[in-house]
Design a protein. Structure first.
Length: 98
């Protein structure tokens, strides 16, 4: 099995309203804005990225209760938005508010 894990800290830039899948599973889509300084090839560079993310089940309910602008740390895996899309989405498995 190959590894597909991502840890990202940032601000909840936007979160959609909690909705439910046809099977009745809670789901929320959000965007996480990350800003930091990283060292690459011995040079420090400023990094800004906004990542699409999704949470399901109890995790979706926890995230939907957060006020906008909260600083969070999430861990999850990357997957395509849909089988026909090349867009990447972070599927959140764990969450900590910072």
């Amino acid at each position: 099995m190959e590894t597909n894990r991502l840890i990202l800290t940032g601000i909840v830039a936007e979160a959609e309203a909690l909705r439910y899948t046809p099977a009745g599973v809670p789901l929320v889509s959000l965007r996480i804005r990350h800003e930091s300084q990283q060292v690459e090839a011995g040079v420090t560079r400023r990094v800004n990225v906004e990542m699409a993310a999704v949470a399901m089940g109890e995790m979706a309910q926890s995230i939907s209760a957060l006020p906008g602008g909260d600083y969070i740390s999430v861990e999850g895996f990357l997957a395509r938005k849909s089988p026909q899309s090349n867009q990447i989405v972070l599927h959140i498995c764990s969450l900590k508010t910072i």
